[in-house]
Design a protein around this ligand. Structure first.
Ligand code: EPU
Length: 418
């Protein structure tokens, strides 16, 4: 198992490039299931999660070429096995994104229930409620969800609360349903909007993706398409905090600052200097940041996927920061590891009270999930001395070549095999 050995205390400076968005790439790849014709995706990130969904799609009979490169070609002409086995789903919850397209295209699907994960229980009840509204019959059998439907029928689906992959699943299902599907209180994340763009390029008729009401006029079939994946806003935000936490000066290229407004606003409130261009972000850290309070929220609010990284920054802030995690139930696993680096954090329920300290000190720490790992790398870069982050496989799921990118701009990070 790989570890990252970080020698902290180096200010980062220079130019760093953002890859394509993981959380856009996964639903876009699942959308290939809707059509017999090929899908060409460019700007794909080279990530373990992308390879996992490629593996899952191949298992179903989809031809996938180029996963592990920025250009992925998928063709689901022959869907032989509309099934997602437990072994693949358990390593990546996003595998559940095949449920909607399979139900729509094949009229049946058998997908393992994802089960618990490190950031909370994460049920899929809203995905299933939506499919039932579209006329599917759902049965649970030995840990699998079995969906049956002759042809899905458009319906009005109002979500109790916003779910990103739930919205994406039902959007894809609606594309091949008979009649019109209206999703209310839909997730507004840029990745949902990107999926809407791809579906329309395939010939679907989707209106309002990226807003709270999405209307999908169903049709019997859709074709192939070529599509450029949007930049990863969470990777860009992580780099912004890397500049801030090391007192550095980074220009982040190929990002979309419009997707990062709430992160930019919080960093500015903390005293970090930010200059946004059309596709660039220059971030300059000046001394210790000021403590700021924040609460996670669906887009355009402060993303839960940036909470751990922001907490790392707040550990060295002047003053006390109150961070409330309102999207997931149990997403503070990084806090205990940050304590090992000398941070002062108290947790009460879904709120973390972070009293800034002047300095962090290197120590061995353990990554527990993807964004928690990123926060430990950030804290390690700010800490005095040597930090060893173990269980780096979490990081590799969602950050492309992170140590190479950060090393290029002055970090001292080495990957070693433990
Ligand atoms: N929820 C339910 N029932 C459902 C669906 C969701 O109770 O049927 C709850 C969840 O347990 C959670 C909340 O609703 O408390 C929101 O979850 P959501 O469904 O939006 O999350 P997701 O779609 O499973 C995606 C991202 C996550 C990101 C969240 C929130 C992908 C592949 N994953 O997950 O990304 O944290 O939205 O923005 O898009 C990550 O990249 O590190 C990551 C975890």
């Amino acid at each position: 198992m790989d570890q990252l050995v970080i020698r902290g205390g180096k200010a980062l400076s220079g130019d760093i490039r953002v890859s394509g968005a993981k959380n856009a790439a996964l639903p876009l790849m699942a959308a290939a299931l809707l059509s017999e014709e090929p899908l060409q995706l460019t700007n794909a990130p080279r990530l373990v999660d992308v390879r996992t969904i490629a593996k899952l799609l191949r298992f179903m009979g989809v031809e996938v070429e180029g996963d592990g490169t920025p250009n992925i070609r998928l063709c689901a002409q022959n869907l032989t096995r509309p099934e997602a086995p437990y072994d693949l789903v358990k390593t990546m919850r996003a595998s559940v994104l095949v449920l909607g397209p399979l139900a729509a295209r094949c009229g049946r699907a058998r997908v393992s229930l994802p089960g618990g994960c490190a950031i909370g229980p994460r049920p899929i009840n809203l995905h299933l409620m939506g499919l039932e509204k579209l006329g599917a019959t759902i049965r649970l059998d030995q840990g699998y969800v079995e969906v049956q439907a002759h042809r899905l029928k458009g319906a009005r689906i109002a979500f109790d609360f916003q779910t990103v992959t739930g919205t994406e699943n039902l959007m894809m299902a609606g594309v091949l349903a008979e009649g019109t599907t209206i999703l209310e209180n839909a997730a507004c994340e840029p990745e949902v909007e990107d999926l809407g763009r791809l579906l329309n390029a395939m010939g679907a008729n989707v209106e309002g993706a990226g807003t709270a009401t999405i209307t999908i006029h169903g049709m019997p079939a859709v074709g192939g398409a070529s599509h450029l994946i949007i930049p990863d806003r969470i990777e860009a935000g992580t780099f912004a905090i890397a500049a801030a936490i090391t007192g550095g000066d980074l220009t982040i290229h190929e990002c979309q600052p419009a997707h990062l407004e709430s992160v930019i606003a919080k960093l500015e409130e903390a005293g970090v200097r930010i200059h946004s261009g059309a596709t660039t972000l220059r971030v300059t850290g000046v001394g210790r940041p000021r403590a700021v309070n924040l609460r996670t929220h669906p887009f355009p609010g402060f993303a839960t996927d940036m909470q751990a990284q922001m907490m790392a920054l707040m550990t060295i802030a002047e003053g006390r920061s109150v961070i409330t995690e309102a999207v997931f139930e149990n997403r503070f696993m990084h806090a205990n590891e940050l304590l090992r680096l000398g941070a002062d954090i108290a947790i009460a329920g879904n709120t973390a009270f972070v009293q800034g300290v002047p300095k962090l000190w290197g120590a061995p720490v353990m990554a527990t999930d993807l964004r928690a790992s990123a926060s430990l790398v950030l804290a390690g870069m700010a800490a005095q001395g040597r930090t060893v982050v173990s269980r780096v496989y979490h990081l590799d799921r969602g950050y492309e070549a992170i140590e190479r990118k950060l090393t290029t701009v002055g970090a001292d990070i080495e990957r070693v095999r433990a």
